[in-house]
Design a binder for this molecule. Structure first.
Ligand code: SF4
Length: 354
């Protein structure tokens, strides 16, 4: 292990509050939650031509969390950690292999096509790439009409009113100027505002934002994050904010979950977790985050050695053990750690806290 990584401070486990918490969040029953995810697994079968079944990609493996009305949660992790598969399963685009998802106490796993249509009116989706998300042959009016027509709003006057209101809410005014424009006639920031207007037009209770600013110019990112936060507060919207960029998390979210190799390795309140990370992977992720301070901008920042593991054959025991500087022999590579409560509402899936 390199010097910078071993410099990471790990506190000795002397806190009496630290105790095993099991797999579900200990302080949340899920009964009053808007969204409740329980022991979710999303595995994709691998098939090799001529050889049939060749294993599973364990994209999401035993994830549990609750999200209340009006609450924001950030899901962070490297590419391939499972956050996109988790998001798509919550959106109803993948089926759970195991486990359950409840929305307002209704079990998503059992939804009929009709119920799924209703569910899609309750959940808005903001994609990462606004240009790819917008049909190039439709103008802004048509793009915003589509979800209203699918939701059965037949009155053209009502549709027009809602379209104009949605555009005003995302600060695209004068509205007349934007209604006839096609996506290629808009800037990246304006395209993302249309994507957000489309996600909000049915007045959803939950918004899933998948890296909503990562493909935008730095100057536009703050404006879009401000817009999302203003909408979240105005509509008491629950938001799942998916990102690999820790620097935006504190601004946007109150809670955070850190994913590694298909599992949540740490979760808690944002300020607590970012200022006092417990899991060695979270600590390394924070260390590797670029520093806006010019004095440190050129400083070489350490990342854990090695690569994220294969999700087809993940490491035994703790999935981070091949890269971990704090590896405990005969434990970390043998037994999967449960969540340990390392502070109020702060969980870490690591044997250091047993
Ligand atoms: Fe490292 Fe062991 Fe903790 Fe995994 S369980 S992060 S290998 S100390």
């Amino acid at each position: 292990m390199t010097q910078a990584t071993t410099d990471i401070k790990l506190e000795t486990n002397t806190d009496e509050r630290i105790k095993p918490a099991g797999r579900a969040h200990p302080s949340r029953s899920g009964q009053d939650a808007l969204l409740s995810v329980r022991n979710l697994r999303v595995w994709f079968e691998l098939r090799r031509f001529g050889f049939g079944h060749a294993g599973y990609v364990r994209a999401v493996d035993d994830v549990s969390f609750d999200l209340n009305y009006g609450e924001t949660i950030a899901i962070v992790g490297e590419s391939g950690c499972g956050k996109s598969s988790l998001m798509k399963t919550i959106l109803g685009l993948h089926r759970p292999t195991e486990g359950e998802i409840f929305f307002e106490n209704r079990r998503l796993n059992d939804f009929s096509r009709r119920e799924m249509r209703w569910y899609r009116t309750q959940v808005g989706y903001v994609q990462q790439d606004p240009y790819g998300a917008l049909p190039p042959f439709m103008n802004v009016r048509r793009i915003l009409q589509e979800p209203l027509i699918i939701a059965g709003i037949k009155d053209p006057a009502e549709r027009e009113t809602r379209i104009r209101k949605a555009l005003e809410e995302v600060k695209m005014s004068p509205v007349e100027e934007f209604l006839p424009k096609f996506p290629h006639m808009l800037s990246g920031g304006q395209q993302q505002r249309v994507v957000i207007a489309r996600a909000m037009i049915l007045n959803p209770k939950l918004l899933v934002a998948d890296e909503p600013v990562s493909m935008l110019d730095a100057s536009v990112r703050v404006e879009i994050l401000r817009l999302l936060r203003a909408l979240q507060q105005a509509h008491n919207l629950a938001v799942i904010y998916i990102t690999h960029d820790l620097s935006t998390v504190r601004y946007f979210s109150k809670r955070i979950m850190v994913m590694y190799a298909g599992q949540v390795v740490e979760q808690g309140e944002v300020n607590d977790l970012l200022s006092n990370p417990k899991h060695p992977y979270t600590q390394a992720l924070i260390e590797a985050t670029s520093d806006p301070d010019a004095a440190n901008a050129m400083k070489f920042r350490e990342v854990p050695p090695g690569e994220p593991p294969s999700l087809v054959r993940p490491p035994s025991g703790c999935r981070f053990h091949p890269r971990c500087a704090y590896f405990i022999a005969d434990v970390c590579d043998k037994e999967t750690p449960p969540d340990f409560e390392v502070g109020p509402g702060h969980l870490a899936r690591c044997w250091l806290y047993r």
